[in-house]
Design a binder for this molecule. Structure first.
Ligand SMILES: [Zn+2]
Length: 259
């Protein structure tokens, strides 16, 4: 898989070389067309959360259960309520925590662990607008610092907004992390209409879904409660993300992306 990623990066570099050659030769239209195609290809691989062009990604549960994943915590204003809802429902989830927030609220991290939930790496500072463009050193610092903040517990990594680039996969490999995306979401981090959030989320909710919701929003408790109620109504079972050792290598750039 690493070799396949290296080939893709090499192809992009070759295209860059051809573009430069076209510019030197004065073939400006050809240079614009070639570089445009290369740039769009690169963006496709970096901005699509389930795309595995630049690294393997898990986006469906191999066993058919539903995995609830909760990003962007911990937050003292909302995380305790989410934990109470999960406790009442006897459901476990994976919390993808932001490292600097975990350092600021260690008791919340302990509470998450004490209730049997998993903790994932969601970068140290959550650079959501710049993540796709981070270079190798900043990428290493973001992911490594979060891993340290979470005491090296995470086995899974979720990138901010689901973006990636060619520098993510080498860092994950070195730290023993696997990238996970999602297959159902309702854009609850940026919306307040819970009916609309749930409608979008329920459209893709099915056996094997990895559901993405967010902590630290005004609607997160209601979203979680309604999600669990719908999972139960449909007779679906919930589970934590599978042990990474049980995953198989592979992956495609589609909704069927898997490890
Ligand atoms: Zn996030």
């Amino acid at each position: 898989m690493i070799a396949a990623q290296a080939v893709r990066v090499l192809i992009l570099l070759v295209i860059l070389g051809i573009t430069i050659a076209c510019l030197i030769a004065g073939r400006y239209v050809a240079a614009i067309l070639i570089s445009g195609v290369a740039w769009l290809t690169y963006l496709w691989g970096t901005l699509r959360p389930n795309c595995s062009w630049f690294g393997e990604v898990l986006s469906h549960m191999p066993g058919g259960e539903v995995a609830i994943t909760i990003d962007d915590g911990p937050d003292p204003a909302t995380t305790p309520a989410l934990l109470a809802i999960l406790r009442t429902a006897k459901v476990n989830a994976t919390f993808f925590l932001i490292g600097e927030r975990a350092v600021a609220h260690p008791r919340l991290v302990e509470a998450i662990r004490a209730d049997g939930h998993d903790i994932g790496n969601h970068t140290q500072t959550h650079p959501q607008f710049a993540f796709w463009a981070l270079g190798p050193w900043r990428m290493w610092r973001e992911i490594r610092a979060c891993q340290v903040s979470l005491q090296n517990a995470p086995a899974y990594f979720r990138s901010p907004v689901g973006h990636t680039n060619p520098f993510v996969s080498p860092v994950l490999k070195q730290l023993g992390l696997r990238r996970v995306a999602w297959s159902a979401r309702g854009y609850d981090a940026v919306r307040k209409d819970v009916d609309g959030i749930m409608a979008d989320l329920f459209t893709d909710l099915k056996s094997g879904s990895i559901v993405l919701i967010h902590d630290a929003t005004p609607v997160c408790s209601e979203v979680l409660e309604r999600l669990i109620a719908e999972i139960n109504r449909r007779g679906l079972r919930t589970a934590l993300l599978p042990p990474t050792a049980a995953l198989h290598p592979g992956g495609v750039c589609a909704d069927h992306a898997s490890l």
